[in-house]
Design a protein. Structure first.
Length: 811
């Protein structure tokens, strides 16, 4: 929008008083009076409209803040619905596990006064206050949530005696019966049926978190009111100058009556002798009954002052106009009416939403100051609007994902979009070999060598994170040498830093720490953001970036917690391997890819030999140690693209994508050897494992003769029978190594091992038939299971599998 400029040219410096005195002597006073009155009325109307618009916008933000903490509880509780251990514990009423879960939630969300787990019959099974076997009703809130299988966040009146039973502290502001709580209910389902739920209670009478957050974010006085005995009483507010609503103050009955109909109330009012602009939003319970209200207010003192000034100017216009002569009316009107018209035009444009309107008047008098004042006001309102839009846009971005890496990398793109920065880096705080480091996650506008790793106490990046403070280099001189500049002015350790800017010098650079304070007041580092600007950052920009860093820190912490809970839901707690549920998902996905792209896929089924005897003789503690060790050995011998899982009990499974028999055989061989060589404390004999291998597709190029010296069997008669598959030199040396390569011999049952046990010829034949075509996951699993049985039937510590119909048993 182009600027509105009025400049009639050079003229002597003269006050408005003199101009109106001269002009009124030569002109009629009526048009001037009408103009002055119109100016006052329009200005007054617009000022009130702007004030009411401001409180209306703030009320919308206040509503979001009111439900923010309760929605955090809801999102966290929803994750538990996917935890099979929690569901099982809820059904079996495992109070130990449930109390542990409640305690972890209470630790993570210490602002909740009470977190409890309910059974389907609404009886408390576990509570952060230690209470149980109490049935909750909550005015039908729990029934509606359970019946609809839908999470609900609502405000509820809870009677004092109920609070006492639950172990809650209560406040009797204006009532000895009820207290107001914000309650989150999340039903827990099992097989499409609600089996219980998790509840979180936030006491609205507490320390004023909601009013404090509203005031800090919007700089407007807030209050929460509770409906008590045909009125509304303030139960939580800010004790600051200018806030007419203190704790215990009551709303006028006329306003209470309007709010009780469930509609917002936004208007100007007089309270306790003070004129204020207010906006109230009714708070309803689960039955849509108004139980309170959320209000924000601003004093009209600023607007009253402007109106008084406008009235004074209007009076001056009238008085001075009476003295203006008719001879110089034309010239005086240019210096009086035209600026007023310009002011009205600017006000009209501004009121229509064109907040970038500027009023520039060059008259060398008070009108010029009015133009400057209007422009300053317009700039402030525009900047405030832009800042609020940035806050909302950034907040919306943070709420769209719970993926830690997506949020971290996407933040830099969003900040580049919302600020005038020309370069930036975002660092993530991680531990590498037990040492805290800062890794550049994403960067733009700088050279690659600048985006390097740092220790958390190294350079400005480390200084920013360690001291948890914003570092702002403002208005850097153009001749400043930014390479190897001295560290901060406080000279920490005398280190040097490398900015990496050598062709274009930024005017400003800012570093912002990302961290959170735990419930035990311990700072948890998350990372650092660095941004630079060629134009320079304003204080408003730094304020926005500080706000963005705090919101980002909270969001990143929530994302980490979400990832941790998600991982726990698919991981076996004892071995650290994946559980069977995730194994099924992974195997289904990889099998589908192998069929679609005609690639290889191998499946290993493993069983610890004589594990039941080990548990019975040595105890479960040693048995658990063996299971953990097997899990570690499996993890140490598979790739990042592979998957190791605990199949159940002492059985384990490995899925090897893009791997045929040769590769899967090598993995099985390493695991078998490493486990048999591992020495367990308190155990004399070695632990062995039997392994069955299944492959898709079942045939690949594999040189069996190269493996002949590694294929062991204990019956030399078998070796003599299958001489076509064995290196004759090896047999002459007396070695008992053999590769069995003909399923017909196995199916006939003509071979026997040294312990005279059969090779399960019927099952072997069945396996061979299955090998003819592997087209389902179940077949692949059955084949691996058959070969596992084959391996165990021939003794301990065996590997069994087949390639192109040639069966291999490895000792």
């Amino acid at each position: 929008m182009p600027d509105i400029i009025y400049s009639p040219g050079p003229r002597p410096k003269m006050s408005i008083k003199k101009k109106f005195l001269i002009s009124f002597l030569s002109a009629t006073v009526i048009p001037l009076i009408i103009l002055a009155i119109a100016n006052t009325v329009i200005f007054k109307t617009q000022a009130k409209k702007d004030a009411l618009s401001k409180v209306r916008i703030t009320l919308q933000g206040a509503e979001r803040i009111y439900y923010a903490q309760a929605n955090q509880l809801k999102n966290a509780f929803l994750i538990s619905n996917y935890n099979p251990y929690f569901t099982k514990s809820l059904i079996t009423k495992n109070s130990r596990f449930l109390n542990s879960l409640v305690y972890s939630y209470k630790t993570a969300f210490n602002y909740a006064d009470l977190i409890c787990v309910l059974s389907r019959s609404k009886m408390i099974l576990a509570s952060s206050r230690g209470k149980s076997n109490i049935k909750l009703i909550l005015n039908g809130l729990i029934d509606k949530s359970f019946s609809r299988d839908t999470p609900i966040v609502k405000t509820v009146y809870i009677k004092n005696y109920t609070q006492k039973k639950l172990g809650l502290n209560y406040n009797n502001i204006g009532s000895s019966i009820n207290n107001l709580f914000l309650v989150t209910v999340v039903p827990i389902t099992y097989k499409a049926k609600v089996v219980g739920g998790i509840l979180g209670f936030i006491n609205l009478y507490k320390d004023g978190y909601i009013p404090r957050t509203i005031y800090n974010d919007y700089h407007m006085n807030p209050a929460i009111f509770s409906s008590i005995f045909q009125t509304q009483t303030a139960i939580s507010t800010m004790n600051i100058p200018g806030n007419v609503f203190g704790v215990g103050s009551k709303l006028p009955f006329s306003i209470y009556k309007k709010i009780s109909f469930g509609k917002n109330f936004i208007n100007e009012m007089n309270y306790d002798g003070k004129n204020v602009f207010v906006a109230f939003h009714p708070i309803k319970d689960i039955n849509n009954k108004v139980v309170g209200s959320l209000g924000v207010l601003i004093s009209n003192h600023e607007y009253a002052t402007l109106l008084k000034k406008s009235a004074v100017y209007s009076i001056l216009i009238i008085i001075f106009g009476l003295l203006i002569s008719l001879i110089i009316t034309y010239f005086a009107s240019k210096d009086t009416l035209n600026p007023i018209y310009m002011t009205l035009e600017a006000i009209k444009k501004f009121s229509s939403g064109e907040l970038d309107t500027r009023l520039i008047i060059k008259t060398n008098d008070e009108f010029e100051k009015i133009g400057e004042g209007f422009t300053e006001m317009a700039v402030n309102v525009h900047d405030r609007e832009e800042r609020m839009l940035k806050y909302n846009e950034f907040s919306d971005f943070l709420t769209k994902s719970l993926d830690f890496n997506h949020i971290l990398s996407g933040t830099l793109d969003k900040l580049e979009e919302l600020t005038d920065s020309v370069s930036g880096i975002i660092y993530e705080a991680v531990e590498i070999a037990g040492k805290p480091r800062l890794l550049p996650k994403k960067y733009y506008g700088i050279r690659k060598f600048v985006a390097k790793e740092f220790d958390t106490d190294e350079g400005i990046v480390g200084e920013c994170l360690t001291k948890k403070k914003i570092i702002w280099f403002h208005d850097i001189p153009e001749n400043a040498i930014l390479l190897k500049e001295q560290l901060l002015s406080d000279g920490a350790n005398g280190k040097t830093i490398d900015y990496g800017f050598c062709e274009v010098f930024p005017k400003d650079i800012v570093w912002l720490p990302l961290y959170i304070e735990s419930s035990s007041k311990i700072s948890i580092p998350l990372g650092v953001i660095m941004l630079s600007s060629l134009k320079g950052f304003k204080k408003e920009d730094i304020s926005f970036l500080e706000h963005a860093a705090k919101e980002l820190s909270i969001t990143l912490d929530n994302a980490r917690m979400h990832q941790k809970l998600a991982k726990l839901s698919i991981t076996d707690e004892l071995t650290g391997l994946y559980n069977r549920r995730y194994l099924n998902e992974f195997l289904e996905r990889e099998f589908s890819l192998a069929k679609r792209h005609n690639t290889r896929l191998s499946l290993l089924m493993m069983d610890i030999d004589d594990f039941k005897h080990l548990n019975d003789f040595y105890g479960h503690q040693l048995g658990d140690e063996v299971l953990r060790t097997v899990g570690q050995i499996i993890n140490n011998n598979i790739r990042a693209t592979d998957l190791g899982a605990r199949y159940g009990g002492e059985e384990f499974t490995i899925v090897l994508p893009q791997t045929g028999f040769g590769g899967s055989f090598e993995v099985a061989k390493k695991i078998k050897e490493q486990l048999s060589q591992h020495q367990f404390k308190g155990l004399v004999e070695n632990i062995t494992i039997s392994i069955g291998i299944a492959n898709y597709p079942e045939c690949e190029e594999f040189n069996h003769l190269n493996y002949a010296n590694h294929i062991n069997y204990t019956d030399k008669s078998i070796a003599e029978t299958e001489t076509d598959a064995v290196d004759n030199n090896a047999l002459k040396t007396g070695k008992t190594d053999i590769l069995i390569n003909d399923d017909s011999a196995l199916r006939s049952g003509s071979f026997s091992t040294s312990d005279n046990s059969a090779l399960r010829s019927a099952d072997a034949a069945g396996s061979a038939d299955n090998i003819a075509e592997i087209n389902t996951i179940d077949k692949l699993i059955n084949i691996a299971d058959d070969y596992l049985y084959e391996a165990k039937s021939n003794g301990k510590n065996r590997i069994a599998g087949s390639d192109c119909g040639k069966k291999i048993i490895f000792k």
